[in-house]
Design a protein around this ligand. Structure first.
Ligand code: NAD
Length: 255
């Protein structure tokens, strides 16, 4: 039981919710932050009611945040400190996906992916760094992806954004090491969240996703949000682990 204070972005659902639950189970105070006023993307993002429902289900606090907006990021950090008195662990998990042929991929879609997946990590970590420096046991976990280890066709924006997350993680790890703040990236494999079911494999049954992953993934199944929660708690807790990008992908990616 660590009794730290943890802020998880994109915590209303999917992997972020699994991560929030794992920190609750570890005995921590958790604030989930998510986009409670979605303008719409290629698939629906989390709503205010989803954020509130998840907070009630997990017994955690919740605050709206748009990680692409600096003042909103500062507000989420302030809300966390207001609720729990400090901040020990920041989990930068909010993200969006899109895919499509290069020739048809719009600048707007490219820019939004980089705004959320890349700039969002910079803005949130910058907003949190003073509070993290005040912690005796501080860590940052950035949700990257195995798409940050290997490119994929029709996925240049998403893969590029996740490669960037790995580079940012390494740079922050070195810059913040003198403050004792560990910074690591989590690289999920394939988790059956909205990204898959509402976009990448939309119009296909969930059982199709499971069957494809059983075939593709050496350990014989898709990853789960609980796999990600367990790994995130490890990355935030291991005292001498910093600057790594940990694959949780059933041996599908080893790089
Ligand atoms: P998801 O869509 O269920 O979760 C993403 C969350 O981010 C949503 O709740 C969404 O509302 C939130 N979000 C989006 N834009 C935001 C913004 N501007 N500000 C605040 N919150 C915002 O999908 P997920 O699979 O749970 O994704 C979580 C993370 O895991 C993402 O970074 C994603 O890229 C990464 N990832 C997912 C997979 C997978 O297979 N599902 C694999 C590798 C990496």
């Amino acid at each position: 039981m660590t009794n730290r204070t943890v802020l998880v972005t994109g915590g209303a659902r999917g992997i972020g919710k699994g991560i929030a639950r794992a920190f609750v189970d570890a005995g921590d105070n958790v604030m989930i932050a998510d986009l409670a006023d979605p303008e719409g993307w290629r698939y629906a993002l989390a709503s205010e009611s989803e954020l509130k429902a998840t907070a009630a289900e997990l017994g955690v606090e919740a605050t709206p945040v748009d990680v692409t907006d600096a003042s909103s990021c500062a507000g989420a950090v302030e809300a966390t400190i207001g609720a729990f008195g400090g901040l020990d662990v920041l989990v930068n998990n909010a993200g969006v996906v899109d895919s499509g042929p290069l020739a048809e991929f719009s600048e707007e879609r490219w820019d939004r992916i980089f705004a959320v997946n890349v700039k969002g990590i910079f803005l949130m970590t910058r907003a949190a760094v003073d509070a993290l420096r005040g912690s005796e046991d501080a860590a940052v976990v950035n949700t990257a992806s195995i798409a940050g280890k290997r490119g994929a066709p029709r996925m240049a924006a998403y893969c590029g954004s996740k490669f960037a997350v790995v580079g940012i993680t390494q740079s922050f790890a070195l810059e913040l090491a003198p403050d004792g703040i560990r910074v690591n990236a989590l690289c999920p494999g394939m988790v059956g969240t909205a990204m898959w079911h509402d976009h990448l494999m939309a119009n296909r049954a969930e059982s199709d996703f499971d069957a494809r992953m059983r075939e593709m993934i050496p350990l014989g199944r898709a990853q789960t949000v609980d796999d990600m929660g367990q790994a995130a708690v490890f990355l935030a807790t291991a005292p001498n682990v910093s600057g790594i990008a940990l694959n949780v992908a059933g041996a599908y990616e080893m790089h």
